[in-house]
Design a protein around this ligand. Structure first.
Ligand code: HEC
Length: 138
């Protein structure tokens, strides 16, 4: 038995643990998915920024967007273990990062046609990776 004078303390600790457990459980819910969706939303935003840069011939905007896209892609690499066939997923990721570099380079050289073409190939890569994920992760 817990001595009478200790009971409020024990009760307090138990309540605290219960609250902490509830908090952790609610936050642990599919953290990978939520984070990935957030990453992807940001990818979409930066892609729009690149498109804006291309259409207005604002090269710094393109370079910034391309660099941010590469960083996002690198930051999301940890999630590979949630994908059924990581080797193919990694191939898309590597290609994506290579295209992001190429996009920044072409924009740095003020090569609007080259940058636009690279942007199109990058968009193909977005779509192809999504197609692959939907096919594999059913
Ligand atoms: C290497 C693979 C890969 C590439 C490349 C990729 N994505 Fe994704 N994307 C995913 C996966 C996996 C999901 C599913 C995320 C989920 O359900 O949590 C996703 C989901 C999304 C979503 C939906 C997020 C949501 O709200 O649920 C958007 C928007 C998105 N991607 C944008 C992009 C854009 C824009 C690009 C290219 C600039 C891109 N993605 C490139 C793998 C990729």
């Amino acid at each position: 038995m817990i001595p009478k004078n200790r009971r409020p303390l024990v009760l307090g600790v138990a309540t605290g643990l219960a609250i902490a457990a509830t908090f952790l459980a609610s936050h642990a819910q599919e953290p990978g998915r939520r984070t990935r969706a957030e990453f992807m939303r940001m990818k979409l935003e930066y892609s729009k920024q690149v498109l804006e840069g291309l259409t207005l011939e604002e090269y710094p905007k393109i370079v910034q967007g391309a660099k941010a896209l590469k960083k996002l892609s690198q930051a999301a690499e940890w999630e590979v273990d949630t994908i059924p066939d990581p080797s193919e997923y990694l191939a898309f990721t590597n290609e994506f990062q290579r295209l992001a570099d190429e996009l920044a380079k072409k924009a740095g050289e003020k090569n609007i046609d080259g940058a636009t073409l690279t942007y199109l190939r990058m968009t193909m890569n977005c779509v192809n990776c999504h197609k692959y994920v939907r096919r594999e992760a059913r």
